[in-house]
Design a protein around this ligand. Structure first.
Ligand SMILES: NC(=O)n1nc(-c2ccco2)nc1N
Length: 325
């Protein structure tokens, strides 16, 4: 094979590795200027040899020509919303309902996976044989918008899973969000350009993803945290939610490290208070935490009521006055 094919393969591997370090591990492994040089060299090689332009090439992050409109996508498994709790007693009641639903002995406690509730846009990422083939918004839970070309520009989202034995089909669910600092810089740019400013990071993330011109999306710094799963074919479902998130990390998907496995209502409330005190220092906005029964078998026993899972609950912080940015 010509040495330019080897050079292109090496460049793609290096650029993907640096993207992973920067956007997934939050630990840059190369100065930006050097990254740009490698990036432009690969772009030039791909222009000279179009067959190099594979869908998972890091050059696919710059966006393509605008779409006329978004296509609809029907989720193979619905993307559900969460029931809400506000007071401590709502959490105690949630734990009691879970114990009743599992017919748990009085003295044994339920194991929960506790994590942050990001205030962004829920997304489904479909990976087939380890390659990202489609991305869709949650929409009404059953049908969402196809935002694949925009999602490809999100450096935090791997275009290919980091495994030699990928599942046949994997639907990763998670949140696309904008960090507070990136939001402030975007609004400063909007002001300079006498364009409308976004009210909050959630609107900025939604507005950036709902762009028909993915070249605009590519100019926005969006992040992603994985927290759920839809269809899985060709691999065994992990036995717990915490094991699922560990697996996601191994696959190269960003998983938020602010998560714990806790026991009983007391463990849930302790996690909530801990996050409450950290909240102002977090680089992103959250509007609460999410509790999920950890063991998959127990989730399946509890099932769903109306559109929300019986096995999960969002615990919201009191609504703040208009956030003073
Ligand atoms: N918004 C958010 O951060 N979510 N949403 C879920 C969820 C919704 C349905 C099942 O899980 N989990 C987390 N962390």
């Amino acid at each position: 094979a010509a040495e330019w094919r080897l050079r292109a393969a090496w460049l793609a591997t290096e650029l993907n590795r640096h993207n992973h370090s920067y956007y997934v591990l939050d630990n840059p492994s190369i100065p930006d200027a050097e990254y740009d040089l490698l990036f432009r060299e690969l772009q030039a090689l791909e222009q000279a040899h179009p067959e190099l332009n594979t869908p998972d090439s890091p050059t696919q992050r710059v966006g393509a020509a605008p779409l006329p409109q978004f296509e609809q996508v029907t989720h193979s498994i619905p993307m559900l919303s969460l029931g809400n709790g506000f007071e401590d007693n709502d959490i105690v009641e949630f734990d009691r309902r879970v114990r009743d639903g599992l017919d748990t002995q009085v003295d044994s406690e339920i194991e929960y996976a506790a994590e942050l509730k990001f205030d962004g846009l829920a997304i489904n990422l479909r990976y087939e044989d380890g390659v990202l083939v489609q991305a869709a918004t949650r929409g009404d839970g059953t049908t969402g918008e196809n935002v694949t070309s925009n999602i490809r520009t999100v450096r935090a989202i791997p275009l290919r899973l980091h495994t030699k034995q990928p599942p046949k089909v994997l639907d990763v669910r998670g949140e696309v969000l904008m960090f507070k600092e990136d939001f402030a810089r975007l609004n400063a740019r909007q002001r300079e350009a006498e364009m409308k400013e976004f009210a909050n990071p959630r609107n900025a993330a939604a507005g950036s993803l709902r762009q028909l011109d993915s070249r605009i999306t590519a100019q926005r710094i969006l992040r992603f945290f994985a927290y759920g799963i839809g269809t899985l074919e060709g691999a065994a479902m992990p036995a717990s939610h915490s094991a699922l998130l560990d697996w996601y990390s191994e696959l190269g998907l960003p998983v938020c490290k602010e998560r714990s496995v806790v026991k009983g209502a007391a463990g849930l409330l302790e996690f909530f208070r801990g996050i409450g005190s950290k909240r102002p220092q977090l680089p992103y906005e959250i509007d609460g935490v999410v509790y999920k029964v950890n063991r998959l078998l127990q989730q399946q026993t509890l099932g769903f009521v109306s559109r929300a899972p019986r096995f999960a609950l969002a615990h919201k912080f009191p609504a703040e006055e208009a956030t003073t940015q």
